[in-house]
Design a protein around this ligand. Structure first.
Ligand SMILES: [Ca+2]
Length: 229
C-alpha cells in the first residue's frame, strides 16, 4: 500500500509537468543564415517578411547558433496557453562592444497582426550609446561583450511582473493595464540599429518543471530505497 502511494505521487507530479510544458529555443534547429520569419512560431512584426531576423553563428551561448537582431529586424515569437498562474520567461543576450543605438526587448499581453489588437506589458530599452538598460524609468548598467540574461517573472494571478537584467531587478510593476491577462508574444525590435544577439529562450511555469522532475525523481529514489530494504 505504501509502495503504491509512493509510485502514485511521482506519476501525479509528472502529469502536472506535462500540463505545463516548457517552451524553449536554442536556435540550433534552423538552417544557418535562414530568416526566422515563418519558421515555427517566429515572424516579422505584423507578419511582415521584411521584419524577420537571420540565424547567425557569429556568437553563441549554446551550440553554435543565435538570432541576430539588427537593422529592420522586428521579430515576434508568439505564445499560446501562457495564461493563469506564474511564469518565467528568460533569454540570453549578447551585445558586441561595437554596437550602438537603442534596441528593444518587448513582451506583449496581447498580440495580433495588423489590424488586430495589441497591448504592451514590458519594454526593456537597451541603450548601447549610454550603455544602460531602461524600463519605465528604472535603469541598470549594460553588459557589453559578454552574455547576460533578461528575465521576467510574471504573476498573472496577481497581475505583477518583476523584470531582471543581469540578475538584478530592473523594474517591478503591473503586468497589464489593458489587453489580456496572458503572455501572447515576445518582440525583439532592432530599432534600425544593432547587432544584438539572442540565444536560449525559455518560458516555464513556476514552480519550474525541473523542480517537479526533481521531486518526482526524489520520490522514485525513495521508492527504490524502500524496495531495496
Ligand atoms: Ca544556440
Amino acid at each position: 500500500m505504501k509502495i503504491r502511494l509512493f509510485l502514485g505521487l511521482p506519476l501525479a507530479m509528472a502529469m502536472t509537468l506535462c500540463a505545463h510544458a516548457a517552451i524553449t529555443d536554442n536556435f540550433e534547429s534552423y538552417a544557418l543564415g535562414s530568416d526566422l520569419h515563418g519558421q515555427g512560431s517566429w515572424k516579422g512584426w505584423d507578419n511582415s517578411p521584411t521584419a524577420g531576423a537571420l540565424v547567425s553563428d557569429a556568437y553563441a551561448y549554446s551550440g553554435t547558433q543565435t538570432v541576430n537582431i539588427t537593422g529592420a529586424s522586428d521579430l515576434v515569437r508568439t505564445f499560446s496557453g501562457v495564461s493563469g498562474g506564474q511564469w518565467s520567461i528568460s533569454i540570453m543576450q549578447y551585445i558586441p562592444t561595437i554596437s550602438s543605438g537603442v534596441s528593444y526587448f518587448i513582451l506583449m499581453n496581447q498580440y495580433n497582426d495588423d489590424p488586430g489588437a495589441k497591448s504592451w506589458s514590458t519594454q526593456m530599452e537597451c541603450d548601447m550609446d549610454l550603455e544602460v538598460v531602461r524600463s519605465a524609468g528604472s535603469t541598470l548598467p549594460m553588459v557589453k561583450g559578454d552574455w547576460t540574461e533578461l528575465r521576467c517573472d510574471i504573476d498573472l494571478a496577481n497581475n505583477t511582473v518583476n523584470e531582471y537584467y543581469n540578475n538584478q531587478l530592473l523594474r517591478s510593476g503591473a503586468w497589464q493595464s489593458g489587453g489580456l491577462n496572458e503572455l501572447q508574444a515576445m518582440d525583439l525590435y532592432a530599432g534600425n540599429v544593432g547587432p544584438v544577439y539572442y540565444d536560449n529562450l525559455s518560458v516555464i511555469s513556476v514552480p519550474e518543471p525541473a523542480t517537479f522532475t526533481a521531486l518526482a525523481l526524489g520520490g522514485l529514489g525513495l521508492l527504490r530505497r524502500r524496495r531495496a530494504k
